[in-house]
Design a protein around this ligand. Structure first.
Ligand code: HEM
Length: 97
């Protein structure tokens, strides 16, 4: 489940350690990035010239790492679908793949 990310990138500040982050905004030569190292994520602000970003290789979508059983994942999907459609419907393991 989602080992390649669309939004999360590996940020390296000029004067600091790399971290997985999501860009919040970029304006006036400044960039705001959510640092995903902590929970909740922490907003960090840099000068655009003082941080670089490259493809993420460390951050993993938490459900990938938490070792969910297929049935648990099916139940989560059923819950999200029920909440978004208003109709309760079972999701079976076969539908995951
Ligand atoms: C069982 C719980 C979760 C489910 C079902 C879930 C579901 C999803 C889905 C469907 C997407 C893709 C959205 C899209 O394609 O636009 C996504 C992306 C994402 N989720 Fe979750 N999520 C869960 C837990 C979490 C948690 C705990 C975090 C903690 C920070 C998280 C952070 C993210 C991030 C950062 C992305 C974007 C990744 C990227 O492509 O760069 N998710 N999630």
């Amino acid at each position: 489940m989602m080992s390649v990310t669309c939004y999360v990138q590996e940020y390296t500040p000029k004067n600091g350690a790399s971290f997985p982050g999501i860009e919040k905004s970029k304006a006036g030569g400044m960039v705001e990035v959510w640092d995903m190292t902590t929970n909740p994520a922490q907003l960090k602000t840099f000068k655009e010239s003082e941080v670089t970003a490259k493809a993420n290789s460390t951050w993993k979508h938490p459900p990938t790492a938490m070792g969910l059983e297929d049935q648990e994942l099916a139940d989560i999907i059923a819950y999200v679908k029920t909440m978004s459609t208003g109709k309760a419907k079972e999701v079976k393991i076969e539908e995951l793949h």
